[in-house]
Design a protein around this ligand. Structure first.
Ligand code: ZN
Length: 481
C-alpha cells in the first residue's frame, strides 16, 4: 500500500469548516451586557447570567435570532419552523456554568450553498450543512503559547456574545480554497450588516481535515483568515507524511499554534454523546416560521448579485467586478464615483490603484473614506482626464490624501504636480538626447530598450509631470528626424 501512495502524489484532501462569527448586536445573547468589549478592561462587561452564576436565567435576544435567520437566508439555507436551544455539557475554565447554550437537533437552518471563484479559475460550490446559534465562551489569555504558558488568565467579557455557526460539508479541497471561501463568507456577512470582520476574534474557525479517505483530525479555534490557510497546509502535510509512512492518522483534536505555524495534539476527539446534549429547560422553543417572509425583505443585494449587476451595468472585466464587490464599502465608493465620471476609468483606479494603496497601508475602505470622499476621487480623475495631472501625479495625490489628508487641488499646487507644457517636455528631450549619445545610437541600431531608457530619463528630468506616452511619441519623432 505504501508504494501506491508514493506513486500517487495527489492524495485526495477533504476539508470541512465550522465558522463561528460574532453577530453585531448591542447586547449579549442571553443578557443585557454590552457586546462592545474590544477595548474594555477584562471582566467589566459581565453579569450573573453571562458569568454562569447559579440561579441566573437566560433571556433571549430577539435581534440576535433575526440576524441568525438573515445569515441562513443569505446562504440559501432552508430555515426551520422553530428553534430549540440545547445544553452542551463540558467543563473548561472559559465556561464557568459547565455547559454552553447552543443548538443541536433544531438549528436555524440546513442545506445552503456558497459559490467561490478564485481569480478566474473554475467556480466551486461549497455546500452548507447547517447554521445554528450559540453563545461565545469567555476568552483565555496565555502568557506565551498554550503549551508553554505557566498560567492563563480568563476574561468573561466575551462570554455570551451571540455567535452564528456555519458548518460546511467537507467540500473544500485545498487551503487556498478554504481561504477564498472564508473571504466570501465574510463578505456576505458584512453585506448583511450583521458582522464586522476586522474586529479581533470576530471569526473563529474549526477545521476538519482528512487525506486519502482516512480519519479526520480537527484543528480548533483558528482565529485569523491567514491562520486558516497556514494551519490547513501544515496539517495536510503532517497527515500525508503519516500516510506515506503507512502510519494511521488518529481522530483527534489539535490546536494551531499561530506563532510557530504548527498544529499540536490536544486530546483525542470527543464524540457527540460525550456532551450529553439536552434541551435547555430555561428557554422555551422559539417559533420562527412566522418571521421568515418579513426577514427575507430585509436581505440586501448580496455579493454575487452585485457582481452580476456591475458586469452588466458598467461593462467591467470579471476581475474588476470581483475586486469592487468583495467589500461593500468599496462597492459603495465605486458606485458613488462611477455615477459622476467614466465607470471604466473609475474601476481601474479604485480596483487597481486605490485598493493597492489600502493594502499597502493595511487600512480598510471604511477608514480611508474618512480622508478621501467619492467627490475627491471624481476630482482627481477629472484632472487626469483633462491632462492637468499625469497618472503618476494622480497616484501621488491619492497617497498624500491617505497619509496626511488634504484636498486634490491644494495638493496639486503644494506638490507642483500640474503637468508641464509640451515646450518644456521638448526642452527636456533635447537635453536627454544630447547627454545620452550611446543610447541614441543603440535606438537607431534598432534596440528598443534604449527607447525605454530615454523615456525614463525624460520622465526623471520632468519629475513625473509629463505623460510617458506623450514623451515617447515626441521622442520618437525627434529621433527619426
Ligand atoms: Zn451579562
Amino acid at each position: 500500500m505504501g508504494a501506491s501512495w508514493v506513486e500517487n502524489a495527489e492524495i485526495d484532501v477533504k476539508i470541512g469548516l465550522e465558522c463561528h462569527a460574532q453577530l453585531l448586536t448591542k447586547s449579549k445573547l442571553f443578557c443585557s451586557c454590552s457586546t462592545d468589549y474590544h477595548d474594555a478592561e477584562p471582566n467589566t462587561h459581565v453579569c450573573p447570567t453571562c458569568l454562569g452564576l447559579p440561579g441566573a436565567l437566560p433571556v433571549i435576544n430577539e435581534r440576535a435570532i433575526r440576524y441568525g435567520i438573515k445569515v441562513a437566508l443569505a446562504l440559501g439555507c432552508t430555515v426551520q419552523p422553530q428553534i430549540i436551544f440545547y445544553r452542551k455539557n463540558y467543563y473548561y475554565p472559559d465556561l464557568p456554568r459547565g455547559f454552553q447554550i447552543t443548538q443541536y437537533e433544531f438549528p436555524i437552518a440546513f442545506n445552503g450553498l456558497v459559490r467561490v471563484e478564485s481569480n478566474g479559475e473554475k467556480e466551486g460550490v461549497i455546500r452548507i450543512k447547517r447554521v445554528h446559534m450559540e453563545e461565545d465562551p469567555g476568552r483565555l489569555v496565555y502568557r506565551g503559547t498554550i503549551d508553554t504558558a505557566p498560567y492563563s488568565l480568563v476574561d468573561y467579557n466575551r462570554s455570551g456574545i451571540p455567535l452564528v455557526e456555519i458548518v460546511t460539508e467537507p467540500d473544500l479541497k485545498s487551503p487556498k480554497e478554504a481561504r477564498i471561501f472564508l473571504g466570501k463568507l465574510r463578505s456576505i456577512l458584512e453585506y448583511l450588516g450583521v458582522f464586522e470582520g476586522d474586529l479581533e476574534g470576530a471569526m473563529r474557525v474549526d477545521a476538519n481535515i482528512s487525506v486519502g479517505g482516512g480519519e479526520r483530525a480537527e484543528v480548533k479555534n483558528i482565529s485569523s483568515y491567514k491562520g486558516v490557510e497556514k494551519a490547513l497546509s501544515f496539517e495536510i502535510t503532517r497527515q500525508k507524511n503519516l500516510v506515506r509512512r503507512d502510519l494511521t492518522v488518529r481522530q483527534e483534536t489539535r490546536h494551531y499554534d499561530e506563532v510557530r505555524g504548527v498544529t499540536l495534539s490536544l486530546r483525542t476527539k470527543e464524540f457527540e454523546h460525550d456532551y450529553r446534549y439536552f434541551p435547555e429547560p430555561d428557554l422555551v422553543p422559539i417559533l420562527i416560521s412566522n418571521r421568515i417572509e418579513e426577514i427575507k425583505q430585509e436581505i440586501p443585494e448580496l455579493p454575487d448579485e452585485k457582481r452580476a449587476r456591475f458586469l452588466a451595468q458598467y461593462a467591467l472585466t470579471g476581475e474588476h467586478a470581483n475586486a469592487l464587490t468583495f467589500d461593500l464599502q468599496i462597492a459603495d465608493f465605486y458606485e458613488a464615483v462611477a455615477a459622476k465620471i467614466d465607470p471604466k476609468l473609475s474601476a481601474t483606479w479604485i480596483a487597481d490603484v486605490l485598493k493597492g494603496e489600502l493594502n499597502y497601508r493595511s487600512i480598510s475602505m471604511r477608514e480611508a473614506s474618512k480622508r478621501i470622499s467619492p467627490d475627491d476621487f471624481v476630482a482627481i480623475l477629472g484632472y487626469l482626464k483633462k491632462g492637468v495631472i499625469t497618472e503618476r501625479g494622480a497616484t501621488e495625490i491619492l497617497r498624500e490624501m491617505l497619509d496626511h489628508g488634504g484636498k486634490p487641488e491644494a495638493i496639486i499646487t503644494s506638490k507642483g504636480l500640474a503637468s508641464i507644457a509640451s515646450a518644456e517636455i521638448e526642452k527636456a528631450i533635447d537635453m536627454v538626447i544630447k547627454e545620452n549619445e550611446a543610447a541614441v545610437q543603440d535606438y537607431q541600431a534598432g534596440k528598443m530598450e534604449a527607447l525605454h531608457f530615454l523615456v525614463g530619463q525624460v520622465m526623471k528630468h520632468t519629475r513625473g509631470r509629463s505623460d510617458p506616452k506623450e514623451v515617447r511619441t515626441m521622442l520618437e519623432e525627434k529621433l527619426k528626424a
